[in-house]
Design a binder for this molecule. Structure first.
Ligand code: ZN
Length: 627
């Protein structure tokens, strides 16, 4: 593959399929850091340079896009996104991502309840935090009952709690005699009846089990849902994601939609996926079956298996519920982890491991070092996810074993809870990203969406740069923050290195996949507080336009109509962009922005055209307080 800057690829007599010119291109490639034009053919960049160097590439069928001097970056790559599960469920969910106030969120919820047919639920499944709301609190159960008197409502807040209205308690079958499951609490009133509040105590399994009681999308609608979700990700400039599987994401059944889209050539985002055993006690059976039938690398550049994780053994999973003490993992976990890792290494599999706390990481490293002492360690293809409280000693041990780390902006959503439990001093380096880089580790960035953080990568980039939570709490000193170039590197080439794909993605370089985003504002020039409001106006993956807005509107292929038609996405879309993460704004402004958002969605054909939500109908009542 030609990789040296502006030299045309061999066979350049064939014209480009796409040219983007008049752009301020940040290539991420030190050999040619800036350019103004690129040419694309057969899904890869053929020339990176300027008008003069691409001139010979223009043919009669070449689509030439004028970027109007806008900033162009390499396509973003979220190294930890539950994208396959998120896609399967997207059209069922009311997203509070970016909603600026609880009043606005409850108005959306009330309207959605009215347009939801009997038997279906309204679910708000993560991607938001009380920290983003003007009211700085969760909704109350009585507010949910007022907003949705008859329709089951399930609201997930991080991995900490879920709120169910009266109708959802009935639909889930929770009553006075329902026992608490291990690791979860169904909160009761003084008469012993469930109040509607479910607590992760400390694991989120109760929350997930409850969510699983609601109806699912049909297989056909899961395919439509996945396409719409991938376009929603393209909307923010994402062109790749590393799927971390997750609870209730079973292989191969729950991969049918994404595999069908791959077969049809209809993916607009590249996905590397990791396999996650679902049944506690039977993890090794699953891993044995998979290592016998699947191989990492199976698939193609759009959808491929990358290894196992983010959980290998359930007993080795430390939940990041910062409202609860750090979990002490059972000793029995480590024999199973040892067996699982040896099995994977014997079959040439890479893996990723969910580990929030330094103590957990240390236990894993004990196991890995023992395997290495037996001569069984391959050195590459493995990494930890999260690592909020990893120690310098832990980082050194990871480096010695050739591992990497995938970090997410979970602290942006729950940094306040972390600080209240572990203190501001501990929060200053949670996670210690600068120390990870100084230790020489490969670090990829991401979100852990869709159930903790939002999938919007610009929130995560803003967090890397500013070190602040959604409510503006300054977590990190300057020495643990990134400059914008470094933050973007983590989100592009860092993630690509974790999957061993740095030869083909992560920078705008001739010969690499033609993955880029034309941004709505210049990431390198906007004020810190505006980073989180950036979107893409044109997202290109493998030379194909996956998302187009503004003056590029219509250049992306039409999607199938949203189905079912009552989907919250048909009415509200996904991330509430115009509301952004602005804090403390008054509700009139929020309503005006919702109207603006609605008009924008109508122009995009995304809205049913119903009226703007009436934000005054469900005023916040401070007397109701937190739960
Ligand atoms: Zn995780």
């Amino acid at each position: 593959m030609p990789v040296d800057g502006i030299r045309p690829a061999s066979g350049a007599t064939q014209p480009a399929s796409l040219i983007v010119r008049n752009a301020r291109i940040h290539t991420g490639d030190d050999r040619l850091p800036e350019a103004t034009a690129v040419a694309v053919r057969d899904g890869v960049f053929t020339v990176v340079g300027d008008d003069a160097t691409i001139a010979g590439q223009v043919g009669p069928d070449t689509r030439v896009v004028d970027a109007l001097g806008r900033r162009v970056i390499p396509g973003l790559n979220d190294s930890h996104l539950h994208v396959i599960r998120g896609g399967r469920n997207y059209l069922l969910e009311l997203r509070w991502d970016g909603v600026p106030s609880l009043a606005a969120g409850l108005a959306m919820l009330a309207e959605q309840a009215r347009r939801t047919p009997p038997g279906e639920w309204v679910r708000v499944v993560g991607g938001w935090s009380a920290e983003q709301m003007a009211e700085q609190r969760l909704p109350t159960i009585s507010e949910l009952n007022a907003a949705a008197p008859d329709t089951p409502v399930f609201v997930l807040h991080l991995y900490q709690s879920a709120l169910l209205n009266r109708a959802a308690l009935a639909a889930a079958g929770y009553a006075k005699d329902t026992p608490n499951p291990p690791g979860g609490e169904i909160v009761r009133d003084h008469a012993g009846n469930p109040t509607g509040l479910l607590l992760a105590a400390p694991t989120a399994i109760l929350l997930y089990q409850t969510l699983a009681k609601g109806p699912m999308l049909s297989k056909a609608d899961q395919i439509v849902s996945t396409r719409h979700f991938l376009r929603e990700l393209n909307r923010f400039g994402l062109t790749s994601a590393m799927d971390a599987a997750g609870g209730f994401q079973s292989f191969p059944d729950d991969y049918a939609a994404v595999m069908e889209l791959a077969k049809r050539g209809e993916l607009s985002l590249r996905i590397s996926y990791y396999l996650f055993p679902q049944i506690p006690g039977q993890e090794l059976d699953d891993l044995r079956r998979w290592t016998a039938t699947v191989h990492p690398g199976d698939g193609d550049e759009w959808l491929r298996c990358a290894g196992a994780g983010e959980t290998l053994v359930w007993a080795g999973l430390d939940y990041e519920n910062f409202r609860e003490p750090r979990p002490e993992l059972a000793a029995r976990a480590w024999d199973d982890v040892d067996a699982a890792v040896r099995l994977l290494l014997d079959h040439g599999w890479g893996f990723r491991i969910h580990a929030t706390y330094g103590e957990t990481i240390s236990r894993y490293l004990d196991v890995f070092e023992k395997i290495a002492a037996d001569g069984g360690w391959p050195g590459t293809g493995w990494f930890f996810d999260h690592a909020e409280t990893v120690t310098q000693r832990g980082l050194d041990r990871i480096a010695a074993l050739g591992g990497g780390i995938s970090v997410q902006n979970r602290m942006m959503f729950q940094g306040r809870a972390f600080t209240e439990r572990f203190g501001a001093e501990a929060a200053r380096s949670a996670p210690p990203i600068r120390a990870m880089l100084d230790t020489g580790l490969v670090v990829g960035a991401g979100t852990d969406a869709t159930r903790v953080s939002s999938y919007n990568p610009w929130l995560s980039l803003a967090w890397l740069v500013t070190g602040r939570t959604l409510s503006g709490l300054q977590l990190y000193p300057a020495r643990n923050r990134m400059d914008r170039d470094a933050a973007l590197r983590l989100y592009t080439s860092g993630s690509a290195q974790l999957t061993g794909e740095s030869e083909v993605k992560g920078t705008i370089t001739a010969g690499k996949y033609a993955d880029l985003a034309v941004l709505s504002a210049d990431y390198f020039a906007v004020a810190d507080e505006d980073i989180a409001r950036i979107e893409s106006l044109l997202t290109v993956t493998g030379g194909k336009i996956g998302y187009a807005a503004g003056e590029y509107e219509g250049l992306d292929a039409p999607l199938p109509a949203i189905s079912p038609s009552w989907s919250p996405v048909a009415r509200f879309g996904g991330y509430q962009a115009l509301a952004g993460v602005r804090q403390g704004q008054d509700l009139t402004a929020a309503a005006a922005e919702s109207a603006e958002q609605l008009r924008w969605r109508q122009r995009r054909g995304l809205s049913s055209g119903a009226g703007v939500p009436d934000l005054r109908r469900y005023p916040a009542d401070p007397l109701l307080g937190c739960f």
